[in-house]
Design a protein around this ligand. Structure first.
Ligand code: GTP
Length: 204
């Protein structure tokens, strides 16, 4: 009898948790507290994947390797002009970001690392979604930055919050922009022999 899979989300992201719960999963959350500032890969997508792996590894190192447990680490970055953009540190940085990206297209990369502590097996991949930004005005940028939302999210925008009005369109997975790609996660689970539907919590 295979053990019932137990998913641990190695992330403080409320949006990742909400996305997984709405998809029928009910992960346990253990925040990795990985310092993301000094980590750089050869490309923005590689950096996101490296950070996702570091987050999953940090949590795996702190738990018992119980059979059936899988740990998911994620990291999201916006690629614009070849640069990897995480959360803006200041309101000035958020303003500059929006002045640079308005009317243009960026790519939101989310790295995913799914690890199975009991076997040491892992499945790692990055999903990328092209995002087309509206040509917002300086006044709209000022009002949006003043809400504080851009400071809390990778790329200084949300697709499902106040920033939604400033995203003209996307090409690729919507949830990947929010912070976790559900179709990619399903494939990573399959790579570890876990059926996606086995992770579903039965309705209460
Ligand atoms: N709701 C929402 N959140 C977004 C969006 N884009 C990025 N984010 C969030 O921006 C954050 C990106 O920073 P990360 O370093 O990947 O994750 P974190 O929130 O710092 O949490 P950790 O995984 O513990 O590092 C995540 O919480 C994403 O969910 C979006 O369109 N909508």
């Amino acid at each position: 009898m295979l053990p019932v899979p137990h998913l641990i989300l190695a992330s403080a992201s409320p949006a990742r948790l909400t996305t997984l719960r709405r998809a029928g999963l009910n992960p346990e959350v253990i925040v990795s507290d990985v310092d993301e500032t000094a980590v750089f890969g050869p490309t923005p997508a590689a950096t996101a994947e490296l950070l996702a792996t570091m987050k999953a590894e940090a949590v795996v190192g702190r738990i018992e390797p119980v059979p059936g447990t899988v740990v998911l680490g994620c990291d999201s970055l916006l690629e614009l002009d070849g640069q990897a953009l995480g959360k803006p540190e200041t309101t000035e940085a958020a303003t500059e970001r929006w002045r640079a990206m308005r009317g243009r297209t960026g790519v939101l990369h989310t790295g995913h690392c799914l690890m199975e502590p009991a076997t040491g097996r892992r499945a790692v991949a990055t999903a990328s979604t092209t995002v087309r930004f509206a040509d917002v005005t300086d006044a709209e940028i000022g009002a949006y930055v003043a809400t504080g939302e851009p400071l809390r999210v990778a790329g200084a925008f949300t697709i499902d919050g106040r920033g939604g009005a400033f995203v003209e369109g996307i090409e690729g997975d919507h949830h990947n922009v929010v912070g976790v790609s559900l179709p990619l996660l399903r494939r990573l689970c399959a790579a570890l022999g876990i059926a996606w539907t086995a992770l579903w919590e039965l309705p209460a």
